[in-house]
Design a binder for this molecule. Structure first.
Ligand code: ADP
Length: 547
């Protein structure tokens, strides 16, 4: 789908005249070379995951034209990033840094403020600066994808794993600072980063952690990728999910390779769900479970065949339960309701013992059945989980974008205690509101010992204005209803950032006032990613930007 602009002029940054914009663009071309500055004045093309645009949100929820940049710039090194930041301060032009922009379902490459200048860091700053095999760590620029890091480790024949999210084309750095997750024991990406280098909104350069201590004779500090907090306040956290700085380098820990065994466990009845959660909790707290496992509804067995919904059901409304079960019966897992995907790690004898503990624990639920990859045909989804859960990046997870025509998706992802009764409260809200707005419910629960990410994937047709309107309304109502019960999202699409931020309101919005204090101190001109994660600089606050 592509749509021409109404006129072939870029959307201007707020409060900037056409003449001022042209003047400023001329200056940034001087800094970067005109080949590294692109005005966004062509028709918008959504492309697909690999050939994704950096002009707008390809998975638009609002109009395709709404979340657009005025221009995209491509710095080639840290000094150029600093120069762009000083340029933005001079002209009061909002800038919006992205690493690779494969942040699909959360806004992609789109800036929150239309007409911002997107800084596409990944195109030219894509070096693996170091892989330290002894320390099992690496130091990366923003443009290093999971695929690129994986391939380099294979090329060097190092016995190390990376941790990849469901789809492997994104930036290792970008995903970690947006607090994305993966599925090996190193799945909490931000928790496994070590050391940052950041361009602040003033243009100054900062190293966090041990990197703040200069190494011998101008070298990087030898423990920059070894010890996270260093001395004094642990500042890294405020650079994740924020708009306080542009991260230009990040250290990441790598996992020593090990044996592994993926498995799935099926459960026959829909209503077993809270009991399954109760069985998972102690296994996760005792760290018997090797990774953050996923619990999925059987409708996902249909969606992960890569076949469209219309193959299973002719209606436009949600697939009825009876139809889901009828088709599940013909699939390898059979007519079940919930499917648990887990992986165990370590030496083979240990894995065998762990699988026995897990099998016994789940046998409390009538009809639970464990299957190993060898029990399933080669095209079954479990085989792709074997890859992801052992650090091999793949694209298979994009398959469910075949579910509806022109598919885009939005994630609703509240944090819920790992407890049957809380799981039931959230599940009932989500089931009821999906029925109200006419969407299939595609839930995946990433279950840890104390909380679970209850992730709902709303898949909608981008060509349908009505579906987009319903998807957005469904999001807003789920955010409001679950917040009223005390549950909040861990991450959200840029269009819902204000709303999600506003749910974290304890103490008369004490947290947002604190965030704003930091924002105003670091970015007095309000140039860096205004509105990201609901944090608006003073210049924008209370002027109708919040939605
Ligand atoms: P990926 O390609 O890994 O999915 P993105 O580049 O889309 O990641 O990054 C996700 C979000 O995180 C971006 O929309 C942006 O707001 C923020 N972000 C990404 N990279 C940086 C960076 N280097 N510095 C500051 N913010 C960033």
């Amino acid at each position: 789908e592509s749509a021409p602009r109404q006129h072939d002029v870029p959307r201007l940054p707020p409060d900037i005249s056409r003449a001022e914009f042209n003047q400023a663009i001329g200056e940034v071309k001087e800094i970067l070379g005109s080949e590294n500055v692109a005005i966004n004045d062509r028709p918008l093309v959504d492309g697909w995951y690999i050939e994704h645009p950096n002009t707008h949100d390809a998975y638009h929820v609002a109009l395709q034209e709404d979340l657009v940049s005025s221009a995209v710039v491509y710095p080639g090194n840290v000094e150029e990033v600093q120069s762009i930041v000083r340029w933005a301060n001079k002209h009061l032009i909002p800038i919006y840094p992205i690493s690779m922009g494969r942040n699909i379902g959360y806004g992609g490459t789109a800036p929150r403020v239309p007409g911002s200048v997107v800084i596409d860091l990944g195109k030219r700053m894509n070096r693996i600066l170091n892989i330290d095999a002894e320390n099992a760590s690496c130091l990366l620029e923003p443009g290093v994808s999971y695929f690129a890091l994986y391939e380099e480790i294979q090329r060097r024949q190092l016995p190390l794993w990376i941790d990849t999210p469901d789809v492997g084309g994104g930036s290792v750095l970008g995903n970690a600072i947006d607090r994305g997750v993966g599925y090996t024991p190193y799945g909490d990406h931000f928790a496994n980063h070590c050391g940052l280098e950041i361009v602040l909104p003033s243009g100054e350069l900062l190293r966090t952690g041990m990197g703040a201590l200069p190494g011998k004779e101008g070298d990087d500090n030898p423990t920059w990728q070894s010890f996270q907090p260093a001395y004094g306040p642990y500042s890294d956290g405020i650079f994740s999910q924020s708009n306080y700085g542009i991260v230009v380098r990040m250290g990441m820990w790598l996992m020593p390779e090990t044996s592994h065994q993926s498995y799935l466990i099926t459960f026959p009845r829909d209503e077993d769900f809270p009991d399954i959660v109760e069985v998972i909790r102690p296994l996760a707290q005792q760290r018997v479970l090797g990774n953050i496992p996923q619990l999925r509804h059987v409708i996902q067995e249909l969606a992960t065949t890569a076949r469209p919904k219309s193959d299973f059901y002719a209606g436009k409304d949600p697939v009825p339960r009876s139809v889901i079960h009828e088709h599940a019966a013909t699939l390898p897992v059979g007519d079940v309701s919930w499917v648990f995907y887990g992986t165990q790690y370590g030496d083979p004898a240990g894995i065998t013992a762990q699988l026995e503990i897990i099998r016994t624990a789940f046998s409390k639920i009538a009809g639970a059945k464990m299957l190993l990859p060898d029990d399933l045909p080669p095209e079954h989804y479990l085989h792709s989980r074997v890859s992801v859960c052992s650090g091999v990046p793949i694209l298979r997870e994009l398959d469910w974008l075949n579910w509806v025509p022109n598919a885009a998706h939005l994630f609703f992802s509240p944090i819920v205690p790992t407890r049957g009764r809380d799981a039931r409260i959230v599940h009932e809200i989500v089931v009821r509101l999906h029925a109200k707005y006419g969407f299939d419910l595609l839930p995946t629960l990433c279950v840890a010992g104390r909380e679970m990410h209850y992730i709902v994937n709303i898949v909608y047709d981008r060509a349908s204005v009505d579906e987009k309107r319903r998807a957005a309304a469904l999001m807003r109502e789920m955010i409001a209803e679950t917040a009223a019960e005390g549950y909040g999202e861990y991450r959200t699409h840029i269009l819902f950032a204000d709303m999600v931020a506003s749910t974290y309101s304890w103490g008369s919005n004490a947290l947002m006032r604190f965030n704003e204090t930091i924002k105003d101190a670091l970015d007095p001109n309000g140039i860096l990613a205004p509105g990201r994660n609901g944090i608006w600089p003073r210049r924008f606050r209370g002027k109708g930007w919040e939605i």
